[in-house]
Design a protein around this ligand. Structure first.
Ligand code: K2U
Ligand code: NI
Length: 185
């Protein structure tokens, strides 16, 4: 089981590496990692388990965050009125995106960043993505809202990018052109 002690924090060089593509069939160790990433997210969203193991709630977790520089991340997102998105994405790509952008009105955080960094993080509002599941089966999805934001946050982790790299530190709350804020309930 992944615990907070297994999650590397900003300053660790792995968070700034471009992660390696995965080749199929995946090794057993990589398949276990896929399960562990998703299990962390599900556990972190269960109040009792979260408290028992001292987890920080997360809706996304990327392999580089547990010091494995491979192009793998998990998402587990339960949004009002939307089907739960619970996936492991291997070698994920954004194949197209809207011109319109969005941003979390409350700003973003990161399990690898133990501090608040204020500011709007511009993201594409809608994205079409392609990835493989751990069995090597390719899938394609269209995402919007929090799912789209989270996918882009995790994909950044595979490219050594942190959310605050997108914040204009001279004007962190400046109006973002063509962008509609995403308000979490
Ligand atoms: O990658 C991570 O560190 C997990 C991030 C993912 C994330 C950050 C900002 C926006 C979307 C996804 C977070 O710690 S998950 C915590 C969280 C929960 C609900 C909404 C936003 C962030
Ligand atoms: Ni993060």
């Amino acid at each position: 089981m992944i615990l907070m002690k297994d999650i590397i924090r900003e300053g660790h060089p792995t968070l700034r590496k471009v992660a390696e593509e995965v080749t199929f069939p995946m090794a057993a160790k990589e398949k276990k990692l896929c399960n562990d990433l998703l299990e962390y997210l599900i556990s972190s969203q269960d109040d009792e388990v979260c408290e028992r193991y001292g987890l920080r709630p997360g809706i996304g977790l990327a392999a580089p965050q547990v010091n494995v520089s491979k192009r793998i991340f998990a998402l587990h997102i339960e949004e009002e009125g939307q089907k739960t998105l619970s996936i492991v994405a291997v070698n994920p790509k954004i194949v197209s995106h809207s011109v319109e952008r969005t941003y979390l009105a409350s700003g973003e955080g990161c399990l690898s960043v133990d501090r608040d960094v204020d500011g709007f993080v511009p993201r594409y509002a809608r994205i079409t993505v392609k990835a493989f599941d751990p069995e090597g089966q390719e899938f394609k999805m269209r995402l919007k809202g929090l799912s789209a934001i989270a996918f882009q946050h995790e994909l950044d982790h595979l490219n050594g990018v942190m959310f605050y790299d997108h914040i204009d530190s001279s004007a962190p709350f400046k109006v973002i052109p063509d962008a509609t804020p995403f308000e979490r309930d």
